[in-house]
Design a binder for this molecule. Sequence first.
Ligand SMILES: [Zn+2]
Length: 397
Amino acid sequence: MTDQTPAPDNALSAARAVLERAPLIDGHNDLPWVIRIDRAARGDVIAYDLKRVHERADTDIPRLREGMVGAQFFAAFQPTNAPHPARTALEQIDLIRRIEEAHPDVFWPARRAADYGLAKASGRIASFIAVEGGVGLENSLSPLRIWHAAGVRLMTLCHNESLDWVDSATDAPRNGGLNAFGRAVVGELNRLGIVIDLAHTSHDAMRRALDVTEAPVALSHSNAYSLCDHPRNAPDDVLKRLKANGGLVMATFVPGFVSQRLRDWLRRSRDASGKATLAPDPKAQLAELEAKHGEAPKASLGEVADHVVRLVETAGLDHVGIGSDYFGGASPVGLEDVSRFPHLFAELVRRGFSGRDLEKLSSKNMLRVLRRVEAVGASLRKTRTPAIGRIEDFPEP
Ligand SMILES: [Zn+2]
């Protein structure tokens, strides 16, 4: 063998074999928002043209194929403090449906767990719709049923800000985690058969939701707090409760939630610069800090693998998945775009995970959650009528 010939990467071939059998279910991708804010496309899916590689973004059809993605949860995101959240939620749900409609040969509109297998059998990618941020409810339960009718099968309760009924991980608590209306939201999601996603909620909100939910939950894009102490990550007591709940935590790639080194650097540099909070333009702020304090540490694929290992140690092998949160911004070295998933699985092969273990992480755990959430919903709908009303109808007892 000449030195120009790279050694065969057995780990990578093993990873690809796993993903061939069990293509990845990725718990979170913000492509719909990327298409909405793209200056040329402005929300027009056809103008954006997912068939070509978007070098400056991270998600398109050629790279989803290369990444061996079998199902994608696309986020219908609404910013908390922008006007018209209910309208924005509908527009983003519609945008995801337009992605499905524009590429029927690629995306399989997925509304049930069984659609994963049907998509795979027909060589397509199952497209699941997730709402990110309960602000689009505008404090009413009705939109939940309309979202469900439109195909939504997972809901992230809030984003970076606390709402009138649920506390965010990255904002001041106002509701002791989850108040009476928040508990009604959880109950109605259970009844409808929509997965409750506790990514972004405060640790207390996670605990309160686990107290009341009748179905498994997901943390669709969250890491282990014990490895990186960002409040977006899940504490050990919550991770341990996923066993009894039957739910799962999906390891995420957002550098600030991955790397404690980056987190410590940001903390030190911000202290030195006298700035405590994120500027409106994090990119510009990072550039400014780097000019003063030198280059920031970069999160890496290996550190994401560290989180997967820690999550498995804490929550159990049956309760972990992957939720990349590709959002068109920074990502760890080695995980630059959606084509890179096999490389993460190759690293997990090197860490000693068997093929069977990795099939659980790639898809089987999330499929079990989806099936169970569907079954719980079907049974609750036989005995329970729809929960109706607005937040004022749910005073704290
Ligand atoms: Zn998010």
